[in-house]
Design a protein around this ligand. Structure first.
Ligand SMILES: [Zn+2]
Length: 382
């Protein structure tokens, strides 16, 4: 009986890990595109919180559902006008009730690349004010199960999830293993976008930032893409309610979320291009890389030098890859290519000339020290 139970458990874990593996593969293909294609953020779902019989948090003069919808429509308009290539989908465009799981379904069915849920906060303490953006996930990323349970029973969690989400048992550790992993799949990107929003709220909309947070929101839990929930301010705070009810205030909030979206889209698309480039360069350079190790002298093309370090992923390098950073005394040198033959480096330099007309060849000895070219030739002749 004991063995049977061990076997059963192992099978179960095997199944779970298999599932986790599938999600890993899935998430990588989502970020970098299949077959090495560049990733393009095509579809965005905007989810105005609440609606219909669900009015959301009550303000003194306003309802959350109305302001959330108004900000969402303004955000959508900015995207339609400025990023017409984005396929924009709303979970609601009018004052209707939409269940939480249905909102996530809309995003999943449309294979959305990003999900933004827009809400307004409320607190018994009417002094509380400011903006928050949530990502679904756990604060502790190394997956401590007990911490996960505590995090997920946060007060912001809705009550009837166990009946709505068949198969999810909040007291079952195994449920939580998958739950944790699912969230971690998109956590980094969700947090990235959340931090862009909070940054724009502070700098663009001049709102107080209460920070990027994590909690167990059901509407985010069921989505299979990076997703955030924005709390754009407190309707319970009289000043903030006034701001959020105003056309200007809503414009500021929508504009901040829009700018963050543009920023996120750009970053994630560039990251994918860079990753694809590295992969192809790895293949192209594998032959020359393997011959360098035992050599006495190597030649490189120097593109730039600087007293301050430059990010090798920076657009400054115009897509040339790989870039190597060498530090000599107090100067950083940025080079590309590494060959033992002077003819090979000459050929390589020609390929870079269009982008870097002032590039030149340098020689590095066995110990990694830069040496004059004539000295390098002497070593090679010996
Ligand atoms: Zn809400």
């Amino acid at each position: 009986m004991y063995f049977i139970s061990i076997f059963y458990k192992q099978k179960k874990y095997q199944f779970i890990f298999c599932l986790l593996g599938l999600f890993l593969i899935y998430s990588n293909s989502v970020i970098y595109g299949q077959n090495g294609e560049h990733y393009v953020l095509k579809t965005l779902v905007i989810d105005p919180g609440h609606g219909g019989k669900d009015e959301g948090a009550p303000g003194k003069h306003s309802k959350e559902k109305d302001i959330a919808l108004s900000i969402s429509l303004k955000l959508g308009k900015l995207i339609e006008e400025n990023l017409p290539e984005v396929n924009l989908i709303y979970t609601r465009k009018t004052d209707v009730f939409v269940p939480l799981d249905e909102r996530a379904d809309i995003a999943n069915k449309n294979k959305a690349n990003l999900f933004i849920s827009i809400h307004l906060n409320s607190n018994k303490n009417t002094e509380a004010y400011g903006t928050e953006t949530y990502a679904m996930g756990l604060h502790v990323t190394n997956g401590n199960l007990e911490v996960a349970k505590i995090e997920n029973s946060a007060i912001l969690y809705e009550e009837d999830y166990s009946t709505k989400y068949e198969g999810f048992d909040p007291n079952s550790s195994e449920s939580y293993i998958i739950f944790t992993f699912l969230q971690n799949t998109f956590l980094e990107q969700s947090l990235n976008y959340a931090s862009f929003i909070q940054n724009q709220f502070e700098t663009r909309a001049l709102r107080k930032s209460r920070g990027v947070k994590q909690a167990g929101f059901l509407v985010l839990w069921k989505t299979t893409m990076p997703s955030v929930l924005v709390e754009a301010g407190f309707l319970s705070n009289p000043n903030e309610e006034k701001f959020l009810m105003s056309d200007e205030g809503q414009d500021y909030i929508a504009s901040a979320i829009f700018r963050a979206f543009k920023e996120y889209k750009q970053v994630i698309e560039e990251k994918s291009q860079f990753a694809t480039k590295i992969e192809s360069d790895k293949l192209n350079n594998s032959v020359s890389d393997s011959t360098i190790n035992d050599s006495i002298v190597s030649f490189k093309v120097q593109l730039s030098s600087s007293k301050n370090p430059i990010d090798i992923n920076s657009p400054f390098f115009k897509g040339v890859s790989p870039i190597e950073e060498l530090k000599f005394d107090d100067t950083y040198k940025y080079t590309s290519g590494s060959f033992n033959s002077y003819n090979d480096i000459l050929e390589y330099k020609k390929q870079l000339e269009e982008k870097f007309p002032d590039a030149f060849i340098i020689a590095i000895d066995k110990s990694g020290k830069q040496i004059p070219l004539n000295e390098a030739f002497k070593i090679l002749n010996n």
